[in-house]
Unconditional design. Structure first.
Length: 236
């Protein structure tokens, strides 16, 4: 069992839920990815020890489902919620075991990076988080579907805009762009998975198998963004 990863997962779930947030399986994975990315920017190493690949809806680590199975009961509860044809997996802290998830074995740098990522992204809505991870992080921008992600392309902290808060584009246009991108860049693979998956997973499967006769995108899209930059815990 990856003890460091277990403590980190438990800590993420506790911190987000105690701030009245929700941690779905997809959100948990993306927060871990952003923590690894920020850690790599500063140390050229991955904090979690996971191997990341480009799968549905972005980065996903090898053998992560099995790791989560082993973590249950150690400060972590897995809940399954069904609504019509949707199945959502989310996590909640388990007390009193969760009290030890304080990152005691982590270095000050590691703790600082975890806190920074959770402060920015812990309570963010899933769509915004997915868009950022999928479209605006360097390993995903250079990725090929199914292949291992290359973190060596990550820029140093001084060259990174941490978070785009607002994008001046309608939801309909953004959805159309996401769909077009999925249809153009993700191979059509027939893959059978066992288990239950959350809503974001099912939406991605629909996008992959949607009829390609989508209305063509034309014209020009102007993006207007207000940027918040955070470098080493300091705001500009």
């Amino acid at each position: 069992m990856n003890e460091k990863l277990r403590e980190l997962v438990c800590h993420i779930v506790r911190e987000v839920v105690e701030e009245e947030g929700v941690v779905t399986a997809v959100k948990l994975v993306k927060l871990l990815y952003l923590i690894d990315l920020e850690f790599f920017r500063r140390t050229r190493k991955l904090l979690t020890g996971l191997t990341w690949r480009y799968y549905l809806y972005g980065p996903y680590p090898d053998d992560f489902a099995e790791e989560l199975d082993r973590f249950e009961g150690f400060g972590l509860q897995r809940k399954i919620q069904k609504h019509k044809d949707k199945t959502v997996i989310f996590f909640r802290p388990e007390y009193p075991e969760v009290e030890w998830c304080n990152l005691d074995g982590f270095s000050p740098t590691e703790k600082s990076i975890v806190a920074e990522v959770l402060k920015i992204w812990g309570l963010e809505d899933l769509r915004t988080l997915l868009d950022f991870v999928y479209l605006q992080t360097e390993p995903m921008q250079k990725a090929e579907f199914g292949e291992k992600l290359d973190f060596s392309v990550a820029r140093p902290p001084s060259q990174v805009v941490r978070h785009v808060r607002e994008i001046g584009i309608s939801k309909d246009k953004a959805s159309a762009i996401r769909m077009k991108l999925a249809l153009q860049t993700v191979p059509r693979l027939q893959v059978d998975f066992e288990g239950t998956y959350d809503a974001a997973y099912h939406k991605a499967r629909v996008a992959l198998h949607e009829d390609e006769r989508q209305p063509a995108l034309s014209g020009r899209v102007e993006l207007k963004a207000s940027i918040e930059k955070i470098y080493d815990g300091q705001r500009e």
